[in-house]
Ligand binder design. Sequence first.
Ligand code: ATP
Ligand code: MG
Length: 424
Amino acid sequence: MSKVVKAIRGMHDLLPQQIHYWQRLEQVLRQVFSAYSYQEIRLPLVEKTELFKRTIGDATDIVEKEMYSFADRNGDSLALRPEGTAGCVRAGIEGGLLYNDFCRLWYAGPMFRHERPQKGRYRQFHQTGVEAFGMSGPDIDAELIIMSARLWRLLGLPHLELQINSLGNASSRRRYRDQLVDYFSAHRDALDADSQRRLQSNPLRILDSKNPAMQPLIEAAPKLSDSLDDESRAHFEQLLELLDAAAVDYVINPRLVRGLDYYGKTVFEWVTDQLGAQGTICAGGRYDSLVEQLGGRPTPAVGFAMGLERIVALMEEVGDLSPARPHIYLVVEQGSEKSALLLAESLRNELPDLKVHCHCGGGSFKSQFKKAHKSGALVALVLGEQELAQETVTLKYLREERAQETVAQQDLSDYLLKQSNIYI
Ligand code: ATP
Ligand code: MG
């Protein structure tokens, strides 16, 4: 028998038993992007190698050692895209999208990096990203972060930490780079091989080292926040104020530098401790000079990209939030069965996409609530004796710290429609 041909290492099939997580994730992403008025753009998988060299940076891991580049039949150097921002900016300039107006875009699809395959790190993986062009203030940075926080809420992903930092402008980064080179040169013997190499090519990246032996030296390194320019400092402070106002928690991580050269001012990552070493599920920041660097008019920009394999892994980890879950679990007191069935029917008539699980088969409130929790629903509706008499229904939030509410049955579908986090 001839030998079986296998898939390429680090490039995986997404099999049917997993696919419903992907479909649900993609559905939530689409819905949220559209709610924030972002438009989809679809980009080629292959670009000129030069595009990535000029944007991501020669001395980054991606360009130095991870890119799938090759000569095509004409001898041109092409590359499978390792990320989406460079192509998006190229397309924005080429398609004239960035000239007259503000522009909010999103993209999705496979990316390719020749990394050592391990859990959460593959050679073909999927990113969805958003890019906002033309806006220089911290309000759009805040919007992006608030939007990502909404995504995690809707996907039911708990305990994510937002780490945030400011890289300052180009000259404050240069000043800081010099300080770092002085500092690490004075401790050259303590640097591992990677960091020795980076000392010349990209000293900021030493801060990003995952080598535990390097951590004490990195901890004691000068901090970028001490050499920030005034404008970047003000931008950062305003951004933090907006996040405070929107009740988005964050941790300032002065060593967060990101692996791509085009970032300045804001950088951030969403991190989980539930996926082992590959804990960053979303990363982004501001890149105000990139459009000009690629030949467009100066255009401020900010964006982020999510690693979908890692998000799906987290969705699986959280477990009870199966994509098959209902939106609503109707808890029914004995004697209210007929009204419950009719209420569920009228909800389905008015909101055809709403998934309603109407409890049948009796049982105590306690046992019904147990089932409601287990179902993964975000909301339980309670139809008891009192509600029946008053033609109301009681809403209990199962996954949020939120007071229960009483709503008139005739207003219920309107009410649910307005609760974007239930009705998705
Ligand atoms: P890391 O430090 O994990 O290598 P990165 O800084 O190279 O990440 P980005 O280029 O910012 O990652 O990509 C954004 C997101 O895409 C990451 O936070 C991660 O979730 C995901 N990602 C990046 N590389 C891979 C990969 N090889 N396999 C799976 N997901 C990835
Ligand atoms: Mg990487």
